[in-house]
Design a protein around this ligand. Structure first.
Ligand code: BTN
Length: 252
């Protein structure tokens, strides 16, 4: 069980709601938007964990961190995009600090170790007219080794598959929230660190976008975390859409 008492001590600015089972922590927050900013919902298990693009996120009991953080941004859409990237980076830094392994970031927000996904992030924005009302930052991290269903066996892994270090999950959550606060206060540092961890830099990738597949070479990110791609004609493009999917290019 996650030690919420310890978390409250380590992260006094946050409020925590801890559940044994929930459909999805993101959905829970969506139904409780009146909760204060910086509320963190943590579940031991999700029965309908959601991933990006309508996928599910396998969330077996006690094996991972299934967490959603409620933010009420005052700012523009750009800062919302930044928040998504900062969430991924903060999770990466927390994992690196505690477990001594350094995942890479598959833009925008999957964490990979040796090409296998150990964490995913689903950020959802809720609008009131054209104003952002709230943002829900949902993070799923596979911590303990777990029995993987066949459909994710080749692509998913857990931190403990790569690190011998065992720590309570509350320590990882506290570190994540500490990094999140630090990066929010230092966005330039967030850009610098994100760039260092970006996966597939200078490599050719497939880009799936709006039903089309193209190839390009990843050149980095711009100052708004948009992905810089050199397209098939040698021109540089910046990609913003969160609906892009990237796969390493495999020569046949
Ligand atoms: C992805 O891999 O595409 C994103 C996965 C996000 C999973 C987390 S777990 C906590 C939060 N609640 C959900 O239903 N999804 C996110």
């Amino acid at each position: 069980m996650i030690d919420i008492h310890e978390l409250k001590k380590q992260c006094p600015d946050y409020s925590f709601l801890h559940m044994d089972t929930v459909g999805s922590t993101n959905e829970y927050l969506k139904e409780h938007l009146d909760l204060p900013e910086k509320t963190v919902v943590i579940a031991e298990e999700q029965t309908r964990g959601k991933g990006r693009k309508g996928r599910s996120f396998y969330s077996p009991k006690g094996c991972g961190i299934y967490l959603s953080l409620l933010i009420k941004p005052q700012d523009s859409l750009d800062s919302v995009f930044d928040l998504t990237a900062i969430t991924a980076l903060s999770a990466l830094k927390a994992i690196q600090t505690i477990y001594g392994i350094t995942p890479s970031i598959k833009w925008l927000n999957d964490l990979l170790v040796h090409g296998q996904k150990i964490a995913g992030i689903l950020c959802e924005s809720l609008f009131f007219g054209s104003q952002i009302k709230a943002m829900i930052l949902g993070i799923g991290i596979n911590v303990h080794a777990f029995e993987r269903p066949a459909e994710i066996a080749s692509v998913a892994a857990s931190i403990e598959d790569f690190s011998p270090i065992k720590k309570p999950r509350s320590i990882l959550i506290a570190k994540f929230l500490n990094f999140f606060d630090e990066y929010l206060a230092a966005p330039d540092k967030a850009l610098e660190d994100y760039r260092k961890q970006l996966a597939y830099v200078n490599q050719k990738v497939y880009i799936h976008q709006a039903g089309q597949i193209s190839t390009g070479i990843i050149r980095g990110i711009d100052d708004h975390f948009h992905l810089l791609i050199e397209n098939e004609h040698g021109q540089q493009e910046s990609l913003v859409s969160a609906e892009i999917s990237i796969r390493p290019w495999i020569q046949s």
